[in-house]
Design a protein around this ligand. Structure first.
Ligand code: ATR
Length: 290
């Protein structure tokens, strides 16, 4: 891509950042849509974050996507925040406005929801029971986000550290007083799984280099779907087990692609489409990396 004087530039900032699929993802859409732009990886340590942001803002970047470990810092330095970012206390998108203001958003929850809609054929999630595994930042986005898209019957948050699950539920419960939220450790899995319609893994267990969750899927009803937000590997042990038992499985690439779409539109001014071609291109990148 050769930028003309009018080319738009955005960044993906993280530490490390080399593993990020964002340049490939945005690059695919830039080519597909014929947009004169670029998405540049920015490796920045925590202590350099605000300096790098100021530098790229002054250099004319339209904004940045934000990944580990900067999502909270990104939220803290923004002048204007969208509700999804306030709820998460974290931002994955910073937009640099012409008046010098920095806007923060968090597109993870909508990304997860759109991915579920794609995979499950647009079914309504209202009235369903959902089990969320994990209680970190990703779980918080999932619990808040799912509830927002329809009145879920019940969400059960299971976490190794139950106190963290209780804190998450207390936080979301304050904002969504009607939500039926339960917590437990993995000891409560059998009970929670028994009436689940959907299980979502938001923990980092099962990610390349991490041991998988040791969950026996036998208590899950055959009709339940299993979603993993991990996308490297694409088919985690959890999804392999679920597929072998005949459950519908949803991998983390769907959420990754869908959470990127609003960022692309904010940076480059065109609404992109999540397509099989994009998925194939990203799967190829993941395979090449091994
Ligand atoms: P993120 O913001 O990506 O969600 P995080 O805040 O570090 O990351 O949260 C990681 C989540 O994965 C937590 O729920 C963590 O459980 P604890 O709160 O008990 O630490 C969970 N997690 C990480 N490794 C795990 C493992 N091997 N088994 C079970 N849960 C794990």
């Amino acid at each position: 891509m050769t930028l003309t004087g009018k080319g738009r530039i955005a960044g993906i900032i993280g530490w490390p950042v080399a593993h990020s699929l964002s340049p490939a993802l945005h690059g695919y859409w830039l080519d597909e849509l014929g947009v004169d732009g670029a998405m540049v990886p920015l490796a920045a340590r925590a202590e350099d974050f605000s300096r790098v942001i100021e530098g790229v803002r002054l250099a004319g970047f339209r904004g940045v996507n934000v990944t580990v470990p900067h999502k909270e810092a990104a939220f803290a330095l923004a002048h204007e925040t969208r509700q999804a970012a306030r709820l998460a206390g974290a931002a994955n998108l910073l937009v640099f406005k012409p008046d010098g203001m920095i806007g923060a958003d968090n597109t993870d929850a909508v990304g997860l929801f759109d991915s579920l809609q794609d995979a499950l054929g647009g079914v309504a999630i209202a009235g369903k029971n959902i089990v969320v595994l994990g209680a970190g930042g990703a779980a918080r986005g999932a619990v808040y986000g799912l509830q927002q898209f329809g009145h879920v019957a019940k969400i059960t948050v299971l976490n190794r550290n139950k106190e963290r699950a209780d804190q998450l539920v207390a936080h979301v419960g304050k904002l969504q007083p009607d939500a039926v939220l339960q917590t437990g450790t993995f000891d409560e899995w059998d009970q929670a799984a028994a009436d689940a319609w959907l299980v979502i893994n938001t923990t980092s267990a099962g990610m390349k280099g991490n041991a998988p969750l040791a969950l026996d899927l036998a208590p899950l009803p055959q009709s339940a779907a299993v979603c993993d937000i991990v996308y490297n590997p694409l088919e985690t042990q959890l999804l392999k087990d679920a597929a072998s038992r005949g459950h519908v499985t949803i991998d983390g690439l769907g959420m990754l692609m869908h959470q990127a779409a609003p960022s692309f539109e904010a940076f480059f001014g065109v609404k992109p489409t999540v397509s099989p071609g994009l998925r194939a291109a990203l799967v190829k990148v993941l395979r090449e990396r091994g």
